[in-house]
Design a protein around this ligand. Structure first.
Ligand SMILES: Cc1cc2nc3c(=O)[nH]c(=O)nc-3n(C[C@H](O)[C@H](O)[C@H](O)COP(=O)(O)OP(=O)(O)OC[C@H]3O[C@@H](n4cnc5c(N)ncnc54)[C@H](O)[C@@H]3O)c2cc1C
Length: 442
């Protein structure tokens, strides 16, 4: 809908018809806010809707809800559409097409995965179903919740379920939660979770879901035991929903499975663009394609596609891998490459981790912060950073993201004129100390 709105703003109704097919019933909502709706920090699911279908229609976009696109015929310039309510199919012609089919949550066919009480969290209807379960419980405080998957959605769901008074177990693969951090930084997240009373089952795969006498889920099975559960939330990752493009003969990235585009978001097929979670994108540091499904990129790519398919010229310059989340008061952020990614990309990397304080040590509410900086040996090129710490820690990552974007060395970074006053930072910001520490190792 970013692309549709951009195209509509640029060209009047006399020049361009804009039609959007959506198989669901909602448009333009912030999935990013769903965990906070579950946790009751956001009061209503409606408030997550940035623009309703009616608002889009008032802006001259012909939104067709409950219409699923079944196929694309690039040669003939038409798509096959099914009206899900009427049960009818028809062909719709186009001059220019945007594919923005998003990503699909992974839902492995484990025994019992469809039991009542096992929830995913990808859409507003998913969130309403989970909220209904939590709100309908006699006392949510008695509910035993198990989150399966320790990525950022799993972590955000742990926070939400704790906020609702549940006891929470996190089952995750790997040594530490947050696989987008190096294990030593992931361990800090694990410590924060344990301090919140979360039971961690590390290096553990869910192998199935066990029904209780009432037919609802009663436990999550693992190789070694069964973990009692009244509510299960899955956060097992996602994959690009690129089947429509693949079936139409459009190029798909071999490694990522996302639709391949150039920087204008054009696909390999004439007159067809793609944007959002269904595409692979350019990583500015490795120079390789990468699948990073984030709303921040989806919105920018949608705007770029909207400009280009309405006759303008814009480009999406790629990503550096910046992301942020939190669990309770612990903020977690990363950008660029972690040590493992740097090695995989062929960099000889050095890294340093420092522990500091978010504010001047004497100032109230100063909190611990740990920062790890990764650089290239020899050149001192900044490659990435990870942050885990108290309030005020996470958004510090933006300074590193800007530096990465501009190919800075850690030596240069350590000289930066960053803001200082006691309520915000120690006189030497921990970022500068971390950069200096790694610069000494380069
Ligand atoms: C719980 C959660 C938390 C998140 N938190 C963050 C965050 O903090 N920060 C961040 O940057 N990102 C976050 N994201 C990711 C962000 O929401 C996505 O990157 C973004 O929504 C992608 O937008 P999109 O338009 O590509 O896909 P979507 O928003 O998934 O939209 C795709 C649409 O296409 C429709 N569709 C698919 N196939 C068809 C078809 N064949 N015919 C018709 N319609 C079809 C779908 O119904 C869907 O409505 C989060 C996501 C979730 C689920």
């Amino acid at each position: 809908m970013s692309a549709a709105s951009t195209a509509r703003r640029r060209r009047g109704a006399d020049e361009l018809d804009v039609v959007a097919f959506e198989r669901g019933s909602i448009t333009s909502y912030a999935a990013c806010g769903l965990p906070y709706y579950i946790g009751d920090e956001v009061e209503s699911a409606e408030s997550l809707i940035a623009r309703s279908p009616e608002q889009h229609r008032a802006n001259g976009i012909d939104v067709r809800l409950r219409h699923e696109v079944l196929g694309i015929d690039p040669g003939a310039g038409r798509i096959r559409v099914r009206d899900l309510d009427a049960g009818r199919e028809h062909d719709e012609p186009y001059d220019r097409l945007l594919i923005a089919t998003g990503a699909a949550p992974l839902r492995p066919q484990l025994p019992g995965i469809d039991l009542a009480g096992v929830f995913g969290l990808h859409t507003i209807p998913d969130a309403l179903a989970l909220r209904a379960r939590l709100d309908g419980a006699e006392s949510p405080a008695r509910l035993r919740a198990v989150v399966v998957g320790g990525g950022y959605i799993g972590i955000e769901m742990v926070e939400a379920l704790l906020a609702r008074g549940c006891t929470v177990t996190l089952i995750h693969r790997g040594e530490q939660p947050m696989p987008t951090l190096d294990a030593d930084m992931g361990e800090r997240v694990a410590a924060a979770l344990r301090a919140l009373g979360v039971e961690l089952r590390s290096d553990t795969d869910a192998t199935g879901f066990v029904a209780g006498p009432d037919g609802r889920v009663a436990a999550v099975a693992t190789e070694s035991s069964e973990v009692p559960a009244d509510v299960v939330v899955l956060g097992l990752g996602i994959r690009p929903r690129s089947e429509l493009a693949r079936d139409a003969g459009i190029a798909i990235g071999a490694g990522s499975g996302g639709i391949t585009t150039d920087s204008s978001m054009a696909t390999s097929a004439e007159g067809i663009w793609a944007a959002g979670d269904c595409v692979e994108t350019h990583h500015r540091i490795t120079g390789r394609p990468v699948f990073v499904a984030l709303g921040t990129h989806a919105n920018k790519q949608g705007r770029v596609a909207g400009i280009n398919l309405s006759g303008g010229s814009a480009r999406f310059p790629g990503v550096v891998g910046t992301a942020i989340t939190k669990v309770a008061s612990t903020e977690i952020a990363r950008t660029g490459l972690d040590e493992r990614e740097a090695a995989t990309a062929g960099f000889a990397a050095v890294a340093a981790t420092i522990e500091g304080s978010t504010r001047a040590g004497y100032y109230p509410a100063a909190a611990p912060i740990a920062i790890k900086v990764v650089a290239e040996r020899g050149t001192g090129q900044l490659l990435g950073a990870q942050i885990v710490g108290g309030p005020g820690s996470g958004k510090r990552i933006d300074a590193v993201a800007v530096a990465l974007w501009n190919d800075m060395t850690v030596d240069d970074f350590a000289q930066l004129d960053l803001a200082y006053a006691p309520p915000f930072s120690p006189v030497w910001d921990p970022l500068l100390i971390a950069a200096r520490r790694v610069a000494d190792l380069v």
